[in-house]
Design a binder for this molecule. Structure first.
Ligand code: DP6
Length: 320
């Protein structure tokens, strides 16, 4: 009646922004991400018939706010008639600050929950259950470069290339560690309903996915860099043009982007990407990681940096 799983967050290079079915949380667009190695969420689920409601701790502290979403996700994995659960989450990076903590949390929860309930589920089934809780979580089921395909009634995830096959590095510049103002779920709906650029964004996604997929197959860093930065800035343009405007950047976010541009001018293999938060993720070739770290660390407003390679998908920590 217990399971513990580890999952790593992922960073989208071709972004998911917008839903075509809010009820089932199906994305409006496909996406491509990289799963990270050094950041993780460890989720322990223990069913206990003596409990009359689910209990959650995050990093050892009781937590109420996230509990309804986690409970609903566990219901989808183990059935609504399941015993109540003690859920303990440990996360080694700032939560809800645009670092995809929900992705690693829900990916780990589905794997731990399935094990605790004695159910054996294929990776695609787990991906759909995790994705129903949080779209990006489906991608954390797998490692390396992961494509999420948007099918008629479900999502399908597949690994395009392992971390060993293309061992890129990611330097995350933390410019603020507080929680974000508007969560992605609500913000995506604001964009869908109000941004004049939303339809164009959805239309162009297949093209960006094709380019990125080919760049990954060819290990063509420059091609991947160009399409990833374009896709990121296009998503933020959709956000900025929403009403109310969704602006997640701060001054340091801009300075980090300029630092990356400067490095590119010096021939350093690096590109930036930014999600629904002010942190900048600089993806780089392994031989350039020292230069990228030094430049971002020296950028005004950067509180901290974290460097990580690419990692593997969600997995059980131990059987119990
Ligand atoms: C900007 O997966 O957090 O990080 O499905 O509503 O939980 P919900 O959204 P979520 O959105 C992620 C948005 C993004 C881009 C991405 O990861 O693809």
């Amino acid at each position: 009646m217990q399971g513990t799983a580890i999952a790593q967050p992922n960073i989208a290079l071709i972004k998911y922004w917008g839903k075509r079915d809010v009820e089932r949380n199906l994305p409006a667009v496909g996406s491509i991400s990289v799963t990270l190695r050094e950041l993780y969420t460890r989720m322990q689920v223990e069913f206990d018939a003596s409990l009359d409601h689910d209990v959650l701790t995050v990093n050892g502290r009781p937590e109420e706010k996230m509990l309804p979403r986690l409970s609903a996700c566990l219901d989808s994995v183990a059935g609504t008639a399941r015993p109540r659960a003690r859920i303990a989450s440990i996360c080694n990076f700032p939560i809800a600050a645009g670092l995809a903590s929900s992705a690693s949390s829900f990916a780990a929860l589905t794997v731990a929950g399935a094990h605790a309930s004695g159910r054996t589920m294929a990776a695609d089934v787990l991906a759909n259950l995790a994705g129903r809780a949080s779209g990006s979580a489906a991608r954390s089921l797998l490692g390396g470069f992961v494509e999420l395909e948007n099918r008629e009634d479900a999502v399908v995830v597949q690994s395009l290339c392992t971390s060993a096959e293309w061992p890129l590095q990611v330097v995350v510049a933390i410019t603020e560690s507080g929680p974000k103002a508007i969560g992605s779920t609500e913000a995506m709906e604001i964009s869908r309903k109000t941004s004049p650029f939303y339809a164009k964004w959805v239309d162009q996604q297949a093209h960006d996915l094709d380019i990125a997929r080919a760049a990954i197959a060819d290990r063509d860093f420059e091609k991947l860099a160009a399409v990833a930065e374009h896709n990121c800035l296009k998503m933020h343009s959709v956000m900025w043009a929403s009403r109310p405007p969704l602006v997640y950047w701060n001054a340091a976010t801009m300075r980090c982007m300029q630092a990356v541009r400067h490095l590119q001018g010096q021939g350093i293999g690096v590109f930036f990407t930014i999600d629904a938060g002010p942190q900048v993720k600089a993806v780089c070739l392994p031989e350039h990681v020292g230069d990228v770290e030094a430049a971002l660390q020296a950028t005004a407003g950067v509180a901290d940096i974290m460097t990580t390679g690419l990692g593997s998908g969600a997995r059980l920590e131990r059987t119990a």
